[in-house]
Design a protein around this ligand. Sequence first.
Ligand code: GLP
Length: 259
Amino acid sequence: MEVIIRDTAEDVGTLAADVFESHIKKGHTLGLATGSTPLALYNELIRRHRESGLSFAGCTAFLLDEYVGLPRTHEQSYYRFIRDNFTSKIDIDDDKVFSPDGLADNPTDAGIAYDSMINEAGGVDIQLLGIGTDGHIGFNEPGSSLTSRTRLKTLHPQTIADNARFFDGDESKVPHHVLTQGLGTISEARHLLLLATGEGKADAVAMTVEGPVAAVCPASVLQFHQHATVICDEAAASKLKLTKYYRYAYDNKPDWQEI
Ligand code: GLP
């Protein structure tokens, strides 16, 4: 795992955009994430699309997760979030942006179908990840099997409290159930790129990077991945022990070695 520490959240977004840009130019399959953390990255990619003609026309995208019970038109559905904040502002074909079906009568079948769609598309080339304060990725809450597939999960009350800010601060409006790519599904992506910003993520980042691999911290599954990158700002890195080494390794990276 490579850990890269940048000064600010904006710097995190810019570096992540550099990583994404090379995949976009190859027409790769992108794994997209919601939450506030990726917005700096999405805004930078939108800017490059508008100002430098970066084209997403050859790309396909798969979302990580979706609330159960929210139609795609609901402004807090993750499909709508990605559309409003990213995909409607670039030249990706709407028909090539996929999300788990939160309205499916049978969520188990919907999860299996979603994994099949990812496989049929040839798998995800780069999977973007944020992280919850409890160490979740996608919506894989603590206790999630490290080999889990796309399936229904019940949100932890902490996640409901964290996400209430998107629902007028009203926890009762936050759906309790979600469909999320499993940790096994996520781990099949060829490159995992986790972004974390702000002091509130410092404990989760420390557990993920320097704690044991354990279902109690789902993001720690990144330690098993052959190509996982964590980019965080100073605040999110503030509880890491080996920061000196991470900075040294990044500063001395051979030119040929990409992120
Ligand atoms: C939600 C999403 C996650 C995201 C997390 C953190 O729970 N399902 O994918 O990483 O929120 O969001 P934020 O970046 O807003 O802190």
